[in-house]
Write a protein that binds this ligand. Structure first.
Ligand code: HEC
Ligand code: HEC
Ligand code: HEC
Ligand code: HEC
Ligand code: HEC
Length: 223
């Protein structure tokens, strides 16, 4: 009796199962479609955000790490190294001459970075071939004085917090254009959260429009 009941139960579950399987069969097409869509999306998304930048940009290390935080403390302020010359032009990255104001004597520290600095550049009397993250194409004219002196802008607005960093990040070069990645920005979709995330033509022009009401003539920024 109990066996019969069992069979009957099994039978009913089977038929219920069969029915359910039929439903699942219809869903399967849809389910597979959704899974296919999601995986295709994930593959495209990952390759555009992870793989594409890897292919598009080549990383180059700076000659050695430069510790801004330490040096700003030692030197007092940014102008000790990044100053305006008497003719009004911006000195940019300091030359060896400025480093030697403190580093002419025996090594000041014991780090590997300082060893490289002393061995490769101080002792050989060679300038350090720094890579400039914000380097614009040759056709672009940019003047620091117009921005930081005349308009009173802060370095952070365009460069971010490099002045507080304790080591140098790698320089990334676009393999197609040869430009620094800082122009297009870190975000592969060009999304920008901070004023310093990107420095394309429109970023310059947008701020000019905001500040002066017009985008400027081409020859304002092009040589
Ligand atoms: C105002 C003085 C001063 C100037 C100018 C200066 N330095 Fe230094 N630097 C120091 C002192 C002091 C230390 C050692 C700090 C310590 O290790 O305690 C140091 C340490 C270093 C180190 C090792 C630090 C680390 O954390 O690895 C490097 C590399 C270095 N300096 C490079 C430079 C370069 C390149 C320049 C020129 C652009 C320069 N310094 C200009 C004072 C100066
Ligand atoms: C002791 C000298 C020294 C001082 C002081 C100093 N810097 Fe620098 N700065 C350098 C050197 C050397 C480099 C090149 C290496 C690098 O990019 O880290 C540099 C690079 C930079 C760059 C990178 C430009 C680019 O696009 O590649 C910025 C921005 C900058 N400094 C801002 C600042 C600010 C802001 C301060 C003050 C808070 C400051 N620095 C103080 C020596 C100095
Ligand atoms: C309006 C944006 C803006 C502001 C503000 C600004 N910079 Fe720059 N900076 C740039 C651009 C753009 C470049 C690249 C210029 C080029 O390639 O001709 C640059 C280049 C540099 C370089 C490399 C120069 C070279 O040619 O070797 C240094 C160093 C630097 N800036 C430091 C500073 C410091 C320090 C301040 C604050 C006193 C500052 N910048 C303020 C936009 C700015
Ligand atoms: C966050 C705001 C801002 C950004 C970003 C900016 N600028 Fe400017 N720029 C100004 C202001 C403000 C002035 C001064 C306007 C004036 O002369 O009335 C100015 C002036 C100039 C001038 C005119 C100098 C003169 O005396 O005629 C040039 C050239 C210029 N910017 C180029 C650039 C370039 C190239 C970039 C991008 C790499 C850039 N600027 C990014 C705000 C900005
Ligand atoms: C506010 C400054 C500014 C003005 C005004 C401006 N540009 Fe630009 N332009 C730039 C900067 C910065 C770049 C480099 C970054 C980039 O590619 O976006 C650039 C890049 C370009 C490029 C690409 C060059 C290359 O080597 O990649 C062309 C072409 C160009 N500009 C044409 C123009 C024309 C045409 C005008 C006038 C309608 C104009 N620009 C006005 C700042 C400016």
């Amino acid at each position: 009796m109990s066996e019969l009941e069992n069979n009957a139960e099994n039978g009913s579950t089977e038929s219920a199962g069969g029915h359910a399987a039929g439903d699942a069969g219809d869903d399967k097409g849809l389910g597979l479609g959704v899974i296919f869509f999601i995986s295709a999306f994930v593959v495209c998304f990952l390759s555009s955000t992870l793989l594409f930048p890897k292919l598009l940009y080549s990383k180059k290390e700076q000659p050695f790490n430069f510790n801004h935080a330490l040096h700003v403390e030692e030197a007092g302020d940014c102008e000790a190294c990044h100053f305006y010359r008497d003719d009004g032009s911006f000195s940019g990255i300091p030359k060896m001459e400025t480093c030697l104001e403190c580093h002419a004597e025996e090594p000041l520290g014991v780090t590997e970075d300082e060893a490289v600095f002393v061995r490769e550049y101080v002792e050989k009397g060679k300038e350090i071939p720094w890579l400039v993250y914000s380097r614009q194409p040759d056709c672009v004219f940019f003047s620091h004085a117009a921005h930081t002196e005349a308009a009173g802008m802060d370095c952070v607005t365009c460069h971010g917090h490099i002045g507080e960093s304790t080591s140098s990040r790698p320089y990334e070069e676009n393999r197609l254009t040869g430009y620094s990645r800082d122009i297009w920005g870190k975000n592969i979709f060009g999304i920008k959260k901070n004023s310093w995330d990107r420095m394309k033509m429109d970023d310059c022009a947008d701020c000019h429009k905001e500040e002066t009401g017009h985008k400027g003539y081409c020859f304002q920024c092009h040589k």
